[in-house]
Ligand binder design. Structure first.
Ligand code: B1M
Length: 210
């Protein structure tokens, strides 16, 4: 049987192939995708974060780990979104300007798609102007913004301010999240909600679209 810890170890080692293979095996053995995600992939990335902070790991290695994480998520995704009824409302989501972290955002997308929401993923480094342009074209019910740096969090405020300036703010709900973001910050910048993790993000989007 695949030990979920092995998945975490393979991720820390930055081995895409091994992560892909182990996640596939765990799924075949009937381990729940949520458990593989939490105790395998996220547990591994937590350790990477610890080592990165302690200067025991550096950007090139962390990039490999991020690729391994994505490889594992790609295997889980079809299973997690299986059977979803895709008739729910539209959500536009992106990582804010200046920020190149997309793993958390992609997890939020997986949860939303799994619940049947139609997600338009703008990727990373999304400017306030881009959010507005896509909002006007797509008219989503919710806009989700992710930020992982204390410096890029401010772009969330800029985005909401731009919508206000253009008279569009009341037409959409803003959901924000990412490691440095707090409920207090979300409140301060006038967002409608803060999701501490992908599960909370889904609950809030459900509330917003009731
Ligand atoms: Co960077 N990085 N990184 N990094 N990186 C952090 C964020 C950092 C905390 C590491 C550290 O020093 N301890 C630190 C930020 C410090 C700060 O500002 N407070 C940091 C730094 C400094 C940097 C660089 C500046 C390093 C450098 O170049 N010297 C640089 C910046 C690049 C840029 O963005 N302009 C950089 C680069 C990178 C890589 C490219 C190497 C890589 C990203 C690859 C990628 O994403 N494709 C990377 C990584 C992987 C990390 C860590 C190790 C892991 C992040 C991650 O994916 N976590 C991270 C350390 C850490 O977080 N402890 C770190 C796993 C993921 C599942 O969690 O993203 O938190 P998370 O998402 C969660 C929740 O936050 C929430 O739900 C998710 C699932 O539960 N959530 C939302 C996220 N978005 C949400 C949106 C929502 C709702 C919930 O609604 C819309």
């Amino acid at each position: 049987a695949v030990e979920l810890q092995e998945i975490a170890k393979a991720l820390i080692a930055g081995s895409q192939d091994q992560v892909r293979q182990l996640v596939g095996e765990a799924l075949k053995e009937g381990v729940a995708p949520q458990e593989i995600l939490q105790k395998g992939l996220i547990a591994g990335m937590d350790e990477v974060g610890r080592r990165f902070k302690a200067n025991e790991m550096f950007v090139p290695e962390v990039l490999l780990c991020a690729r391994a994480m994505h490889a594992g998520m790609d295997v889980l995704k079809p299973v997690m979104v299986e059977g979803a009824q895709g008739n729910k409302e539209k959500v536009v989501i992106g990582t804010v300007k200046g920020d190149l972290h997309d793993i958390g955002k992609n997890l939020v997308i997986m949860m939303l798609e799994g619940a049947g929401f139609k997600v338009i993923d703008l990727g990373m480094n999304v400017s306030p102007e881009k959010f507005l342009e896509v909002f006007e074209a797509e008219k989503p019910a919710v806009i989700g913004m992710s930020a992982m740096l204390t410096t890029t969090m401010q772009a969330m405020r800029d985005t909401i301010a731009l919508f206000e300036k253009q008279g569009q703010r009341h037409k959409v709900k803003f959901l924000v999240g990412g490691a440095p973001v707090t409920a207090e910050f979300a409140n301060k910048i006038g967002a409608d909600g803060y999701g501490a993790d992908a599960g909370e993000a889904l609950e809030l989007v459900k509330e917003f679209t009731l």
